[in-house]
Design a protein around this ligand. Sequence first.
Ligand SMILES: NC(=O)c1ccc[n+]([C@@H]2O[C@H](COP(=O)([O-])OP(=O)(O)OC[C@H]3O[C@@H](n4cnc5c(N)ncnc54)[C@H](OP(=O)(O)O)[C@@H]3O)[C@@H](O)[C@H]2O)c1
Length: 282
Amino acid sequence: MAKYPTVQLSSGQHIPVVGLGMSHDGGYSHNALLYALGNCGIRHIDTAKRYGNEELVGKAISESGVKREELWITTKLWPGDYGYEKATQACLNSCERLGLEYLDLYLMHWPDADIPGKSAREVRAETWTALEDLYYKGICRSIGVSNFLIHHLEQLQEDCSVVPHLNQVEYHPFQRPQELVDYCVKKNIVFGGYSPLAKGEALTHPAILKIAKHYGKTPAQICIRWSIQNGIITIPKSTKENRIRENFQVFDFHLQQTDMERISSLHSDRKLIHLTYPLWKG
Ligand SMILES: NC(=O)c1ccc[n+]([C@@H]2O[C@H](COP(=O)([O-])OP(=O)(O)OC[C@H]3O[C@@H](n4cnc5c(N)ncnc54)[C@H](OP(=O)(O)O)[C@@H]3O)[C@@H](O)[C@H]2O)c1
């Protein structure tokens, strides 16, 4: 597929280890996305219904002229669309907005769920059954979850058949949930890490700056490389062409073990992303 390395999911599909984040925080740049596809050879795009840009991403894909089979497109199901029927329809709607006949990866965006008369666990299982059926039909070539903790994953495996192919969770130098990573590795669930730059906050930390200077790389490249060397699929976001290019130039150097450990020691369990109840209900 692309010139970037890939990792095989238990679905048999190969996901590029680095992708371009498309969250609505900080806005959307159509030109930057076209540049990523056309000039940097980036083939892995991470979007979501929640980001409100699936239609624009679809337009950029079409304008870029990149062949469908070369792309890896992830999108996500918002909790307001949980439940079997709604989830199925939401997936088809996402495909339509993106102008795609199939998704490479479809994720349940959050474990939280609220349907009157049903427990969150029941709703997650029912929704996951819809994703399993979309997977069996080939509409989703891989299916996964996001922000799931160990107990959510345990329950899903007790209640359903397909073990999620990937779990996408916040992962950067200040947030390294090692127990969850180890659990996912044990269960053959690939770990996807989001906000690899801690939304830019990691880029001014003195330890990161020092390591960046030592390698002659930028702080962003150090953070992204650290994720990759930890075996994490990582999806940095930028709306700037030069930064997108920079963020994907991370395959010509290797962080030594002492530097990996120094970055890992910055973990403070600080989370940047929180889901607040009314936000997802709406
Ligand atoms: N599943 C989930 O619940 C979930 C939650 C959050 C995020 N995500 C996904 O993960 C992606 C990445 O996370 P994120 O967007 O939260 O944060 P991030 O990638 O850690 O950081 C993005 C921020 O860093 C800046 N930046 C990017 N490259 C830079 C560079 N080389 N030098 C300096 N600044 C740079 C960007 O600004 P500019 O745009 O100005 O360059 C932006 O403000 C999202 O876009 C989304 O696709 C998923």
